[in-house]
Design a protein around this ligand. Sequence first.
Ligand code: HEC
Length: 195
Amino acid sequence: MNSKTLAIVGFCGLCAMFIYGCKKDTQPVDNCASIVVSLNATNTIPCETASGTITVNATGSNGFTYSNNGGTYQSGNVFSGLASGNYTINVKDANGCTKSGTITITNAAQGVNFTNVKNIISSSCADCHLGVNTEGNVNFNDDCSIVADWNRINGCCVQPYSAGLVPMPLGMSPLTTSAQNQITAWINAGHKYSD
Ligand code: HEC
């Protein structure tokens, strides 16, 4: 290559860089500002395996992937199995533009049937299963221990009593029919904290 050719090649190279550069700058490569993220959450139920969900809806660009609390970006826009708490969701489009949003997963409210059972326990079982009293290694101090023991509460307190279980409250009259019916109603509703 002689010096003249070199000069032309060099000039054209610069030219191309200039044009390419200009083109790149003026192209509507991406508009991060146009991305809109909206989040929807469903709650989780205390004393059960975490079941909250977040559904992400992103618009204004394409090729979205989604990340939950700084985790790996995934193609699916639904996060599930989440405990109660605050979450930051990041959305990234095909060009690497990101946008984030925050949302809270709440605990489901205490159900009416469960509240009834709790009240029965605090009035009829407190002497032996509440506070420091843990007869038979059973204590109902927290909501989850009541939920976990639903089957034994049924077996001990609702007639006919289950074979092998000691009738409760121990040494006292059976629970009233109304109280037994309230326990049954909770069990039929699903015997969860939220039922
Ligand atoms: C006067 C004390 C007393 C009261 C009141 C009482 N319990 Fe008990 N409970 C016991 C004792 C003692 C045991 C252990 C019995 C055994 O293992 O023989 C027990 C055991 C249990 C068990 C485990 C039973 C099993 O066989 O696995 C459950 C469930 C239970 N109670 C529920 C209740 C509920 C619900 C109430 C209220 C409606 C209640 N108890 C009221 C003394 C009491």
